[in-house]
Design a binder for this molecule. Structure first.
Ligand code: ZN
Length: 258
């Protein structure tokens, strides 16, 4: 187990350093990713493979079309395209928690929770990354009204197809790993988690407004340097909180379906 953890830490560190140099991760993001890789590999090689595969593909997607995304990021999204430690934890924490649970107490339930949590994270991040490239309109999942692409809780056709792809990708990997779980339970859990993410993003997630530009944003300080004010949702619920809940919901729904 210690050998796996050490080798996992080495492998994850190399991937994290690569992602850091591509500016896909901040320094704190790279540190958390390396520790997450060590914890996952300690639990079993396939736990590590799933995490690294998820991470590598998500990085590739987030780097595609990065110029047009940068424009959206600048004004709407809270954080830039370097994922920090909190973002890595929000997306991978539930999966790593399941890996550690499996390490301490062997139960098939951990496979369902882990795969479902990662499927939800993959569905949500892929939907966001592909959706932001979409030339079509986004509509709010709650009100059905048109919102700018990149707005939390806004859904696009391309993003929805990408969400399905993300959930299926993790379900296929779990099948390759011969984990004792039902393929459809992982896929549906992942989709349910991503839908939960959009619902929370459109309702309780903190919405801010820059009165200097007259624009909606998630940033505390807008890219024009003016401080923004809270105009909706809860001050305490940011994108990381919503992503963390999305992942936990994906794991639990997969466990129940299982
Ligand atoms: Zn502004």
């Amino acid at each position: 187990m210690i050998t796996r953890a050490a080798l996992g830490f080495l492998a994850a560190s190399m991937v994290a350093i690569g992602a850091r140099s591509l500016r896909a991760l901040s320094t704190s993001g790279a540190a958390v990713a390396a520790l997450a890789g060590a914890a996952a590999c300690a639990s079993g090689w396939w736990w590590g493979v799933l995490l690294v595969a998820y991470f590598a593909l998500t990085t590739a997607l987030s780097k595609s079309g990065s110029q047009s995304k940068a424009r959206l990021m600048e004004s709407i999204v809270e954080k830039g395209d370097e994922r920090d430690g909190w973002q890595v934890l929000a997306n991978g924490g539930a999966f790593v928690g399941a890996a550690l649970g499996h390490l301490i107490w062997h139960s098939p339930s951990w496979y369902a929770i882990g795969a479902g949590a990662l499927a939800a994270s993959a569905a949500d991040t892929w939907a966001t990354e592909v959706g932001m490239l979409s030339s079509g309109q986004a509509v709010s999942i709650v009100s059905g009204r048109r919102v700018p692409v990149g707005t939390s809780g806004g859904v696009t056709v391309a993003g929805s197809v990408a969400a399905l792809g993300g959930a299926l990708f993790i379900a296929v990997l779990a099948a390759f790993a011969r984990w004792p779980i039902v393929f459809a339970a992982v896929a549906l859990g992942g989709i349910a988690g991503a839908i939960t993410d959009s619902l929370l993003g459109a309702s309780v997630q903190c919405r801010r407004w820059c009165s200097a530009c007259g624009k909606a944003t998630e940033r505390k300080v807008h890219n024009c340097n003016a401080p923004t004010e809270v105009v909706g949702g809860s001050r305490w619920v940011d994108n990381d909180v919503v992503n963390g809940i999305c992942s936990v919901v994906g794991g639990l729904i997969t466990l129940v379906l299982q």
